[in-house]
Design a protein around this ligand. Structure first.
Ligand code: PSV
Ligand code: MN
Length: 388
């Protein structure tokens, strides 16, 4: 696509979802460095997420993680989000932070623990009903550390049984997104380690079960855009958890470690016509900001996704197809690289001005005084963080 008006229209319609947990304190297993002014409640997280949308114009929803974002009244949380100009998006389940889950959650050999985990997943669908969320995102820490520890195949049966129960509970228009992860916290087997496992389960369930690609959940060197292309062809790409990795599940800002990979991924999405919200691919961030200020880091991340997407939209598909059909290896590669090497920052600055926004969202946010305001206002209470 090279028609600039069409490129801008596509970018205006593109929506990126923010994770509530990006606004709370986070760290590594070595240390959590607390930051001043972080939210103490899910309501304050939504207020911070709304700032990101206010300055970028393309981040109108915030995903929640249960129980980190447990509140008494989810409808009230949805109303608060709406009053701040955003909505509550994907509901993420959490069956990995309870002593009962030491040997797994829905794959646990103990039926009592499996029932407890399933009850949580069903509660998450109740929350979706209250918030009006479309997607339930499932990630399981389940797996084993030692050969022989448990029966690999029986664990798959337990997983399938739980997934079927949750799928059966979904309301009209609701979807289930199944995320995979190569390893961690389990190191010998992981029960959903890759896109193939996730896809097999989704296909057994039905069309509203889809795969989530977290860009940090692969072995080094894996060609993620290939996975994306195949899932799109199968109609099973439910969404992304975007972040950057150098080594493992680093959760750094998307587009920071490898902006070229992000471009290659977005190129596959654009080619498949899957950018617009109606295509049903959820573009979510799954990040933690351990040492950098959180709201500007989310703004920067949204801009990184936008830049990669703009470049993908600028690929001259006609010339690319021609070069590919002619077997012109260097010509085809040059067409792609021309788009990647285009400086899209002026295009995006112009786009923001058309939307009535400041051309540079980070400096506009920093000049707004919001950061100072939350530091002075959020004094009592406990700052939110993992498990809070
Ligand atoms: C697991 O590493 C994961 O990517 C899942 O999406 C979790 O829900 C999320 O991280 C928690 O940060
Ligand atoms: Mn994730």
């Amino acid at each position: 696509m090279r028609d600039l008006t069409a490129v801008k229209d596509a970018l205006k319609n593109h929506q990126i979802e923010l994770p509530s947990w990006a606004f709370g304190n986070s760290g590594t297993r070595f240390k959590v460095f607390g930051q001043p002014g972080v939210p103490r409640t899910p309501y304050e997280k939504a207020s911070d997420a709304a700032q990101v949308h206010a300055y970028t114009g393309v981040a109108p929803s915030m995903a929640v993680h249960i129980p980190w974002d447990k509140v008494d009244d989810y409808e009230a949380l949805a109303v608060h989000a709406k009053n701040n100009g955003i909505r509550i998006g994907t509901v993420n389940s959490n069956v990995f932070q309870d002593d009962d889950y030491k040997l797994g959650s829905v794959c646990n050999p103990d039926p009592r623990v499996r029932r407890k985990a399933l009850a949580h997943l069903l509660d998450c669908v109740d929350i979706m009903d209250a918030t009006g969320s479309r997607d339930l995102k499932l990630w399981f820490a389940d797996g084993t550390n030692y050969p022989g520890q448990d029966d690999i195949s029986a664990r798959q049966d337990r997983l399938a049984e739980a997934l079927a129960a949750v799928y059966g509970r979904l309301g009209p228009g609701q979807r289930m997104l199944l995320e995979y992860k190569l390893f961690e916290p389990s190191f010998y087997t992981t029960d959903v380690p890759d896109w193939g496992t996730s896809l097999l389960h989704c296909q057994a369930l039905g069309p509203r079960a889809m795969v989530v690609v977290d860009t940090g959940h692969h072995a080094p060197g894996v060609n993620i855009e290939f996975i994306v292309a195949l899932l799109l062809k199968a109609g099973r790409l439910g969404g992304f958890d975007f972040n950057s990795r150098f080594y493992a599940d680093d959760d750094l800002m998307v587009g920071a470690a490898d902006p070229f990979q992000l471009f290659r991924i977005t190129h596959e999405v654009v080619k498949a016509g899957a950018l617009a919200p109606a295509a049903g691919v959820a573009y979510m961030l799954d990040q933690c900001h351990n040492i950098e200020p959180k709201i500007p880091a989310q703004i920067r991340s949204v801009m990184n996704v936008q830049e990669a997407t703009a470049k993908a939209l600028l690929v001259d598909t006609g010339a690319l197809g021609e070069a590919q059909r002619a077997g012109d290896v260097l010509g085809a590669n040059a067409v792609l690289m021309d788009a990647y090497n285009t400086d899209v920052r002026p295009l995006l600055a112009g786009l923001r001005e058309e939307l009535g926004l400041a051309p540079d969202p980070v400096s506009a946010y920093l000049a707004s005084g919001y950061g100072e305001k939350i530091i002075s206002e959020r004094t009592g209470g406990s700052p939110a963080g993992w498990g809070a």
